[in-house]
Design a binder for this molecule. Structure first.
Ligand code: C2O
Ligand code: CU
Length: 458
């Protein structure tokens, strides 16, 4: 099948509920919800081979990896301020580790094999216990051979609940992903294909939205949609139809002023929270649609059927979520200005000193010395200069940072930022979380081929 047929096939049949996430153990396993003070038992996360129905029903299943029998793994929910406890059990044949993407938490629990811990060997386990200081939408994923293990399905949603959650009728988790599949349903081999890596990375030929609960909604329902791009390399443009509302958070962090809901663009690992009212009219056969606008039309990634009317809910403006603690730049004089040059890839000269396809500042992969050693509390403005002809989604572990507008005005507070080809972008960060932190491109094929470094906060 050609890619286009695959994508169209996705659109035609996604409404089938069997394609939604299987009900996860989160609801049935008493240890599953790590929320509340009595949450003593850790959530078990067994990384293991699974078969998943990625292609529409009637097509072959796909041998993959999952947590507790499914990909995505269980929905982990923890109350803001509580401890997240999870026990990773490795039941497949490679070393692995779990990273809690976006949590500004403890370095020793960051789950980066080779930097914050050793990879957990097959048959072994690892106990994670970390604080969840920020309410919002996060995710967890494998962080050893991530370009392969994430592509094979090792990820799941991580929700940190507000003390008083916003008033909505449904909270829906929507993970968008793409897979490169063969006609047999198997994942195409060559996870570290050099041609992919030198370009945009491993792009799938089949894409869809994985929705944790796609039972029908009512016209008039207020939804919270938690959109998460879990693809290894694809930047997803997303458009929502059948709802009207606001963007309330980016990368987990609430916006002081909710923004109008327009078309969205999510780099790998980025999240967008939307609160919106269902406007789709069931009388007219309309549904809520999650689509990816492409050059030749909108590909339907997923739908929520609409049945009936919610007559209880009275129209009210969509309010901002309570803000998480965000560092406020108080002393600009003390800001350190440093540079991060994004180099390499096909069709651009690249730095002569790169030993792999990609690199930062002339260096491919991890060096002995950190990219920078920050004194705890140091503010730094990092000018990211993309010298390549590809986009990069740059992710900093353990911190969120401000994107800076051209004028220097503070933009969104994120953990992953999309730097367009041949563009520059400045971020401003307070390095206040001690430890050794990874800084890398979340196009995991780029990370695999040199686009990563680390920094230290002491
Ligand atoms: Cu989402 Cu280095 O990770
Ligand atoms: Cu990249």
């Amino acid at each position: 099948m050609k890619r286009r047929q695959f994508l169209l096939a996705a659109g035609a049949s996604f409404a089938s509920s069997s394609l939604a996430l299987k009900p996860t153990t989160a609801a049935s396993n008493s240890g599953a919800s790590a929320s509340g003070p009595q949450a003593a038992s850790p959530q078990l996360l067994t990384a293991e081979p699974i078969d998943a129905q990625i292609l529409p029903e009637g097509n072959p299943a796909t041998p993959m990896l999952g947590y507790n029998g499914s990909s995505p793994g269980p929905v982990l929910r923890v109350k803001q301020g509580a401890m997240l406890k999870a026990k990773l059990v490795n039941a497949f044949d490679q070393g692995t580790a779990v990273h809690w993407h976006g949590l500004r938490s403890d370095n020793a629990m960051d789950g980066v094999a080779g930097l914050t811990q050793e990879a957990v060997a097959p048959g072994d386990s690892f106990d994670y216990a970390l604080s969840a200081p920020d309410a919002g939408t996060y995710w967890y994923h494998a962080h050893n051979r991530s370009w392969e293990q994430v592509a094979r399905g090792l990820y799941g949603p991580l929700i940190v609940e507000e003390a008083s959650p916003p008033d909505v009728d449904r909270d829906v988790i929507v993970m968008v992903d793409d897979w490169r599949l063969m006609e047999t349903g198997t994942l195409a081999p060559g996870f570290a294909n050099m041609h992919d890596q030198a370009h945009q990375g491993r792009l799938g030929n089949f894409a869809k939205a994985l929705i944790d609960d796609n039972s029908p909604v009512r016209k008039g329902d207020r939804l919270r949609l938690r959109l998460i791009n879990v693809a290894t390399d694809r930047v997803f443009p997303l458009a929502l139809a059948g709802v009207a509302g606001k963007v309330v958070a980016l990368d987990g962090m609430p916006l002081a002023e909710p923004q109008d809901l327009a078309d969205l663009l999510l780099a790998p690992a980025q999240r967008v929270d939307v609160i919106a009212d269902v406007t789709a009219d069931p009388e007219q056969g309309q549904s809520v649609q999650i689509g990816a606008p492409m050059r030749d039309g909108v590909y339907e990634l997923g739908t929520l059927a609409v049945e009936g009317l919610n007559s209880q809910r009275t129209a009210s403006p969509i309010a901002a979520l309570p803000l998480n603690a965000m560092p406020k730049p108080d002393d600009y004089a003390a800001v350190l200005d440093i540079e991060l040059r994004l180099q390499g890839g096909a069709m651009s000269p690249g730095a002569a000193t790169l030993t792999d396809i990609w690199g930062f500042n002339g260096q491919s992969g991890m060096s002995d010395a950190p990219y920078h050693r920050f004194k705890r509390g140091q503010w730094a403005r990092i000018r990211m200069v993309n010298e390549s002809v590809f986009a990069h989604g740059i992710h900093l572990h353990g911190h969120h940072f401000y994107e800076l507008e051209a004028t220097g005005k503070l933009g969104a507070f994120r953990d992953t930022t999309l730097v367009d080809p041949r563009q520059e972008l400045r971020i401003l960060c307070k390095f206040d979380n001690p430890g050794a932190w990874l800084l890398h491109c979340h196009m995991l094929g780029h990370q695999a081929s040199g686009m990563k470094t680390w920094l230290e906060v002491v």
